[in-house]
Design a protein around this ligand. Structure first.
Ligand code: ADP
Ligand code: MG
Length: 379
């Protein structure tokens, strides 16, 4: 009866909504470290999707609120943070491109969200492990109708150079980002390793972490100055029709977004600062021009924006986790991070597109039109 129509209506509506949308932004606040005092917090309140921060000023206290799709407070668990991401993972297996990236100043919890703490347990696993776990789980549920091949790449962008993190022989070749009509943007020369279980993935991620640590010294925590990207390529064959789908998921742990004081940096440190600033400010420029719907978007200005080109403006589903530290002395970075995130949230993506052998934009537009028509009829 009535309820069923309502339910169907809602389903159709969700399908349409699913195909279009803005970049989703989730904000996460890191807890204080043990021993730190809580009344030093920058965060005044968290309510649904709104976070309000205290802004210190000469004449008393100022406040500013920011709205996001979700805000996770300091007590949110890894499981809670991942909770509603299953539809995104399902999308990869349906042939969409998905990008999940972590933004924030060094020490705000990016790696914690994406990978986990130093000693990773099942409970403390980050998004990367959970996403791959779900991917294999859903692929297995579909095994009677689809055959999936999954392979991963892991790269690092450091000083505007792309490096393969999955090498086993210590080579350190500079890689190129190439664009092809078939696969979109990719790094064809980076190791592409087939995986069939989460255990395979854990081993590869450990290898990547070890390779990433090469070159890091106590003073030079490279991980905070390079962008790392785990890319999962999925190819699915429909066992009845023989059609193939290709989905891809970028899981990106960005370099720290803090502004490095160039007057203090010298030598390698200065070079790093300039390169990171270049990549992250290029990301800012891309976001700004997408937000303003400019016809020219300057993707080519950095390696990072080249790599993410298909995920930022195009037919992908994109989620940004923006991280903030609660300490009052970080308030400057916190505000600029939240302002950046606010701008990201206004970027509208085009209709997400399935990478299917026979699918083209027209087909998808027709599909949307017929869904909309169906919706209109039911209203
Ligand atoms: P980033 O990658 O942004 O530099 P990290 O993820 O390394 O920051 O986090 C800095 C420190 O804070 C680490 O010791 C990390 O384990 C801890 N941490 C970050 N976020 C959380 C969290 N949500 N819960 C508990 N500890 C966290
Ligand atoms: Mg980190």
């Amino acid at each position: 009866g009535y309820h069923r129509v309502l339910e169907e209506n809602r389903k159709l509506y969700n399908q349409v909504q699913d195909l279009k949308g803005s970049i989703r932004v989730y904000c996460r606040v890191r807890p204080f470290f043990p021993g730190q005092s809580n009344d030093m917090s920058t965060v005044a309140s968290i309510e649904d999707g709104t976070i309000t921060v205290n802004i210190p000023s000469k004449n008393g206290k100022g406040r500013r609120s920011f709205n996001f799709n979700k805000v996770f407070g300091p007590s949110a668990t890894q499981a809670e943070v991942f909770l509603d991401m299953q539809p995104l993972i399902r999308s990869v297996l349906d042939g969409y491109n998905v990008c999940i990236f972590a933004y924030g100043q060094t020490g705000s919890g990016k790696t914690h969200t994406m990978t986990g703490p130093k000693e990773i347990t099942e409970k403390s696993q980050g998004v990367n492990y959970r996403a791959l776990g779900d991917l294999f789980f859903i692929a297995d549920q579909r095994k009677d109708t689809f055959h999936y091949d999954v392979s991963v790449q892991m790269i690092e962008i450091y000083n505007e150079q792309v490096r393969d993190l999955l090498v086993t022989d210590g080579t350190n070749k500079r890689l190129e980002i190439r664009s092809s009509s078939q696969k979109g943007l990719s790094v064809p020369d980076a190791s592409l390793v087939p995986v069939s279980s989460t255990i395979d993935v854990i081993e590869l991620m450990n290898l990547g972490q070890r390779n990433r640590a090469v070159g890091a010294t106590a003073l030079n925590d490279r991980s905070s100055r390079s962008h790392s990207c785990l890319t999962v390529h999925v190819q699915g064959r429909d066992l009845t029709s023989g059609a193939t789908l290709r989905g891809c998921m970028h899981l990106v742990d960005l370099a720290g977004s803090e502004r490095v004081d160039k007057s203090e940096a010298t030598g390698d440190r200065l070079k790093e600062a300039q390169h990171i600033n270049k990549s992250l400010s290029a990301l800012g420029d891309v976001i700004a021009s997408l937000a303003q719907k400019n016809s020219h978007v300057p993707y080519r200005n950095s390696k990072l924006t080249q790599l993410l080109q298909d995920s930022l403006g195009g037919q992908a589903k994109t989620l940004m986790f923006v991280h903030i530290s609660p300490e009052t002395d970080a308030v400057g970075e916190t505000i600029s991070t939240l302002k950046f995130a606010e701008r990201v949230a206004t970027v509208e993506l085009g209709a997400a597109r399935v990478n299917k052998d026979s699918t083209d934009v027209k087909e998808l537009n027709d599909q949307i039109a017929s869904l909309k028509a169906a919706l209109a009829r039911k209203e």
